[in-house]
Write a new protein. Structure first.
Length: 156
């Protein structure tokens, strides 16, 4: 754990600001636009997975309900079909999560890059000595997150 200790005349002149990154990801227009973009990009695959999950559930219910009355060969065939579909579902679900995580990371990196530019502009304009992100606790008077979100809103 690092502790920042500033003493003497410089302490009286030190200008510190704080930015809440989570609020930027939640409230900044660029972050909201990125979330909508991802939602649209992955909606069809998500719907396909949901349909597949319902199909699996139907097969499982059918097996549980009718396995006693089914012929042995039919039961084995249905169990095999269920197993194959289950493996395919798990594979597609894993790929979906991996692809979504990759795209979220890409979009988040773009938002952070824009936010960092806005933070730097605010820091230079207002002569901040230090801007912190993601701290355990901070006085609300040091929080410049709203200014960063506003700057991101105004940026083209």
């Amino acid at each position: 754990m690092s502790v920042l200790v500033v003493t003497g005349a410089y302490a009286a002149e030190l200008k510190v600001g704080y930015v809440n990154t989570q609020r930027i990801f939640r409230d900044a227009p660029a972050a909201q636009k990125a979330a909508k973009k991802l939602e649209g990009e992955f909606a069809k695959r998500d719907q396909d997975l949901q349909r597949m999950a319902k199909q699996l559930q139907g097969l499982q219910e059918n097996l549980e309900k009718n396995s006693v009355t089914m012929a042995e060969s039919e039961r084995r065939s249905k169990e095999k079909e269920f197993g194959e579909l289950s493996r395919e579902f798990q594979r597609r679900q894993r790929e979906f999560r991996e692809d979504l995580n990759l795209r979220q990371n890409e979009e988040n990196a773009a938002v952070i890059e824009k936010a960092n530019k806005a933070i730097k502009q605010i820091a230079e304009a207002d002569k901040f000595d230090l801007i912190l992100q993601d701290v355990v606790w901070v006085s609300p008077r040091l929080d410049i997150t709203e200014r960063v979100i506003k700057a991101l809103s105004e940026a083209k």
